[in-house]
Design a protein around this ligand. Structure first.
Ligand SMILES: NC(=O)c1ccc[n+]([C@@H]2O[C@H](COP(=O)([O-])OP(=O)(O)OC[C@H]3O[C@@H](n4cnc5c(N)ncnc54)[C@H](O)[C@@H]3O)[C@@H](O)[C@H]2O)c1
Ligand SMILES: O=C(O)[C@H](O)COP(=O)(O)O
Length: 416
């Protein structure tokens, strides 16, 4: 096996929040043996203590990687979000420290879409209330407020991967699908984009939210928007807890404006299964409350474990950053018999020419060079003959605006 600058057994990997065993197996198979695999998230101070000597961290939606955590994580080389959302990570802080962040943008899409479709049917039939009554010894046999899904209008807000997949499944059941998105998108099947969220809210029998957590989506559904919805309609949120003003939703359910809701994500979620779940929605009729399990199926979790661990391994072994959510994306070939230098720098004029000047001055021939930049950071990858690896690394360290350098297959330090 090719020699890396830091022995793989010394590369420390911390996996939190019960990431699937498939990730651990994948990392072990790739030679990464120094893995700590925890079932819970960690509070900020504990996390800060733990990340000091960690090279790779794997998290899910609960762990907050903020600027303070990044400041403490001096050896951190990459972050893997073993989920879709990356709002729990300060992506800017990661970028300016030269740390790429990866996620699994599709692996739990199907799980969320299936759950929402199931909830649509359950809510249209008033099942949560009828089931609760039956558990209590009641018998609510009635067709009142019970409807077929066929012919009803589903309004999807956020027509991305989940929204589009939900659209296909729902049409196959006979629902009419309309959607609103800030981007103009071609509809799947007969689904039609509407011009405004207001129009969607006024037309849909069931509204389902599939937007990311962004400043523009925070509290995008509140009293005012609910007032536009049809009398007796249904709201489903399996996106982020910050999207719906939960007290205002509770009021709308109590008043009968909305007939039902299914909520998987909350403004405040328990840190773990042992903590009490507190919500104004508790105890309301025809409301399905689930503990942020939209993506929690064994199938999705196994696939996510494989996908994200592969991205971390590829970056560690080879420098490839394709699909990173915050970092310039570079796809790199293998580099047999060459030393590879990964140079991450502020994207200001002149850095690349300075790198090339320094190498040329030292008589170091470049056998391959790859560059990608985004607004803030430049990522240049340089392959050099083995004989020059250490010398090139030393020379590049002194280039102004260098944020971080890694050397692969070199005798020099891994994390300089
Ligand atoms: N409950 C769960 O367990 C679970 C699982 C997976 C994903 N999620 C959440 O679902 C979100 C959506 O996932 P996805 O994979 O479909 O993401 P995506 O990025 O593929 O799609 C998001 C869509 O929302 C649109 N959008 C952004 N801002 C908008 C706005 N203001 N109004 C209307 N549309 C807007 C985007 O243009 C995009 O089409 C994720 O960001 C994540 O937060 C939750
Ligand atoms: O962003 C996601 O993929 C979902 O919110 C799922 O998050 P989880 O991995 O914490 O269940």
């Amino acid at each position: 096996m090719a020699k890396t600058s830091l022995d793989k057994s010394k590369i420390k990997i911390l996996l939190l929040e019960g990431i699937h065993q498939s990730a651990v197996d994948n990392l072990l198979n790739a030679g990464y043996t120094n893995i700590e695999h925890l079932q819970t998230s960690l509070d900020e101070d504990t996390l800060i203590d733990k990340v000091r000597d960690v090279h790779f961290i794997g998290i899910r939606s609960r762990t907050q990687l903020n600027a303070r955590v990044f400041a403490a994580a001096e050896k951190l080389t990459a972050v893997g979000c073993f989920c879709i959302g990356t709002n729990q990570v300060d992506l800017g802080a990661a970028l300016t420290r030269g740390i790429p962040v990866f996620n699994a943008p599709y692996s739990n899409t199907r799980s969320v879409a299936e759950l929402v479709l199931a909830e649509t049917i359950m809510l249209l039939r008033g099942i949560p209330e009828k089931s609760t009554r039956a558990h209590q010894g009641g018998w609510l046999k009635s067709a009142k407020n019970a409807h077929e899904a066929r012919g009803k209008t589903l309004g999807i807000i956020g027509y991305g991967n989940i929204g589009a997949q939900l659209s296909v499944l729902s049409e196959s059941l006979g629902l009419d699908v309309i959607y609103y998105d800030v981007v103009t998108k071609l509809g799947m099947g007969n689904a039609r984009q509407v011009a405004s969220m207001q129009e969607l809210l006024a037309r849909a029998d069931v509204v389902s939210l599939h937007v990311p957590d962004l400043p523009s989506t925070r509290w995008m559904i509140g009293k005012e928007q609910i007032a536009l919805m049809k009398q007796g309609s249904i709201l489903i949120n399996a996106s982020r807890g910050s999207v719906v003003a939960i007290e205002e939703l509770a009021d709308a359910l109590k008043s009968g404006k909305l007939l039902g809701a299914a909520i998987d994500v909350f403004p405040v979620e328990p840190k773990g299964n042992a903590e009490e779940f507190v919500s104004p929605l508790r105890g309301l009729d025809n409301v399905i409350l689930t503990p942020h399990i939209g993506g929690s199926t064994l199938e999705a979790q196994e696939n996510i474990g494989i996908e994200v661990s592969e991205k971390l391994i590829t970056y560690s072994d080879n420098g490839t950053t394709i699909t990173s959510v915050n970092f310039p994306e570079v796809a790199l070939p293998a580099h047999p018999d060459k030393h590879r230098l990964l140079h991450i720098h502020d994207n200001v004029p002149g850095v690349l020419s300075e790198i090339n000047r320094v190498l040329s001055e030292n008589d170091i021939n470049i056998s391959g060079q790859y560059l990608q930049t985004n607004a803030e950071v430049g990522y240049v990858v340089i392959d050099v003959d083995k004989a020059y690896g250490a010398q090139a690394l030393e020379a590049l360290k002194h280039v102004e605006h260098t944020l971080r350098i890694r050397a692969l297959y070199s005798e020099s330090n891994f994390d300089d």
